[in-house]
Design a protein around this ligand. Structure first.
Ligand SMILES: [Zn+2]
Ligand SMILES: [Zn+2]
Length: 322
């Protein structure tokens, strides 16, 4: 088994990619987060979302890991913008698996047809479709994604998972595998204008937990389902696009969070490390650094004086040990 789970945040900007001298430290790529673990087949790159951060990620791995698996949180453009130019989308030897939600008849296949379409892109999806596998995730509460080093990625029902028995032998592909060797990914529907999913990733061999909650609006009440979904995360990366002031005056209903809300969720769910993400395109490096300082202040002075929660801003190309 490889080293413990690691996360690389290839893109951490929200809404649209930005490039500017005042946005160098935290970066301007849109959402793409890579998960590395011994539970993932050696020839596979596993990412959440295909924002512009997927371009450097795919370029780094195309020669050594020809399989790209993408778990899409949703289909907003900032979470898809990098896929058209990702080398895995065009290399003859590469295979791409896209998993994501479906709403009103628009799911992974429709998203790919929309994205690779003349005249907004010179190649139609039909020309590359034979190397793609598109899988609709269905009701997030009733599905479990199981990743195994030999059996790859499998989507099973929650009922199948729960009835697998105490020794948890899971039927993946055409063979039985021990759940203790797997990475188990469960899902939560976030509060967002269109159907969006948060992923909780549990690396069974180590017990490490990573939760990615983006495009989730600040809520007045903390739902038990969300707290259970985030519970005991070793690493939580959560959407903190807006300051409290911007949220209160202009952006309520847009489907994004604030640093204060992330701190409340992280502390109540007993997460250990919180990384703020989906940075506002308007926010400079200085603004993001202030937001982190303010989040520390809020955690220690308002929520829990002795809080051990670590808080940082997620930045492009950051590597995080879970
Ligand atoms: Zn977004
Ligand atoms: Zn969105």
């Amino acid at each position: 088994m490889e080293e413990m789970m690691r996360i690389t945040t290839w893109g951490t900007r929200g809404s649209m990619p930005v490039s500017s001298p005042a946005r160098v430290k935290h970066g301007g790529n849109t959402t793409c987060v890579q998960i590395q673990s011994g539970c993932i087949p050696g020839n596979m790159v596993l990412v959440i979302d295909s924002g512009t951060g997927i371009f450097p990620c795919s370029a780094q791995y195309i020669a050594i890991k020809p399989r790209l698996a993408i778990l899409q949180t949703h289909w907003h453009k900032d979470h898809l913008d990098g896929l058209t130019m990702a080398p895995h989308a065009h290399a003859d030897h590469a295979r791409v698996s896209v998993y994501g939600p479906e709403e009103n008849g628009f799911g992974p296949t429709e998203a790919m047809k929309w994205l690779f379409q003349k005249p907004i892109f010179p190649r139609e999806f039909a020309q590359i479709e034979h190397r793609f596998t598109c899988t609709t995730l269905g009701n997030p509460g009733n599905r479990v994604i199981v990743v195994h080093p030999k059996a790859g990625i499998n989507l099973i029902t929650m009922a199948e998972y729960l009835t697998a028995g105490t020794n948890k032998q899971l039927h993946l592909g055409d063979q039985w595998h021990d759940a203790a060797e797997c990475m188990i990914i469960t899902m939560y529907k976030t509060a967002h204008p269109d159907f969006a999913i948060s992923y909780r990733v549990v690396e069974n061999p180590t017990g490490k937990v990573f939760v990615f909650v983006t495009d989730h609006e600040k809520q007045a009440e903390h739902s038990k389902d969300l707290l259970d979904h985030v519970r005991d995360a070793d690493v939580l990366i959560q959407d903190a696009q807006y300051t409290e002031e911007v949220y209160a005056t202009r952006t309520a209903g847009f489907g994004h969070g604030t640093a204060h809300y992330c701190v409340e969720v992280a502390i109540r769910a007993k997460a250990k490390k919180l990384y703020l993400t989906h940075h506002d395109p308007m926010a400079t490096d200085e603004d993001i650094d202030h937001m982190v300082e303010d989040a520390w202040w809020f955690a220690r002075n308002i929520i829990e004086p002795l809080s051990l929660l670590k808080i940082e801003a997620a930045s492009d190309y950051m590597k995080i040990e879970v």
